[in-house]
Design a protein around this ligand. Structure first.
Ligand code: MG
Length: 250
């Protein structure tokens, strides 16, 4: 069932969105060679709690962290660890969210660790651009397939693979609501979009094939089947008559 939010509920969700965006930005600022992903996780959890929020990821289906920290060929759901130390040239996808006043915010971005290769840089830029193309297509006159088509065509024009198995989702009092929001699709197809839908748009884009492998033995981490690098950008947005509104904005 899709929960349509009132204008007042969308306003109320912005507190969770604002904190989620702040945590993502400030955790991203700590990304550098030599830091462990567990340190990033601890920082994020402390900031969420200090600002009166609850980490949305911690304990979700048993997930042990407040962030997902996915390095290089890891697509999503990497577990923060003191044994994973970032090194120059890595890329790291950080996914995090906060619960404030009973509403969830969910957002992600991929960060460069020091100086990265031009190919990695292009992956980050194209993945973020594909997310913004998807957001731009999220309008009450359109369909779910418009969003997927916008993401897919942006990523595939660059020669990259669009992950199929993991998709965006509705967001509300819980992190994952209906509908699923695929990053692939056909214009004018699928569910009719409506004002009041709040969804996370989150392309996961691989330099190589779209195919995935996992979860790994840790029960969580999803990696690219061919070992190629993967990036992930996400915002929670509201569909309104005036156009898409970013909920996870500071
Ligand atoms: Mg999400």
């Amino acid at each position: 069932m899709i929960n349509i939010k009132s204008a007042a509920e969308i306003e109320a969700m912005k507190a969770a969105g604002r904190l989620s965006a702040k945590v993502l930005r400030k955790t991203g600022e700590l990304v550098r060679p030599g830091i462990s992903t567990l340190e990033l996780d601890r920082f994020a959890e402390n900031l969420i709690r200090m600002e009166g929020g609850i980490p949305a990821f911690l304990g979700y289906n048993g997930f042990p962290g407040s962030i997902c920290a996915s390095i290089n060929n890891q697509i999503v759901h990497g577990i923060p660890s003191q044994n994973v130390i970032l090194k120059e040239g890595d890329i790291i996808s950080i996914d995090t969210g906060a619960i404030v006043d009973g509403w969830v915010g969910d957002n992600a971005a991929t960060f460069a660790v020091g100086t990265i290769s031009p190919e990695s840089q292009r992956l980050l830029e194209v993945t973020e651009a594909s997310m913004w193309a998807g957001i731009e297509a999220a309008r009450p006159s359109g369909h779910l397939g418009d969003i997927g088509h916008a993401v897919q065509s942006t990523a595939e024009a660059a020669g990259f693979g669009v992950v199929r198995e993991y998709v965006g989702h509705g967001v509300g009092h819980v992190m994952h609501e209906d509908p699923n929001v695929p990053n692939f699709g056909h214009k004018g197809r699928g569910l009719k979009l409506k004002a009041g839908m709040v969804i996370a748009i989150e392309p996961m884009i691989n330099i190589g094939s779209y195919q995935t492998k996992g979860p790994l033995a840790d029960g969580w981490t999803i990696v690219t089947a061919d070992g190629s690098l993967s990036a992930h950008f996400e915002r929670t947005i509201a569909i309104t008559e005036a156009g898409p509104v970013i909920i996870t904005a500071e």
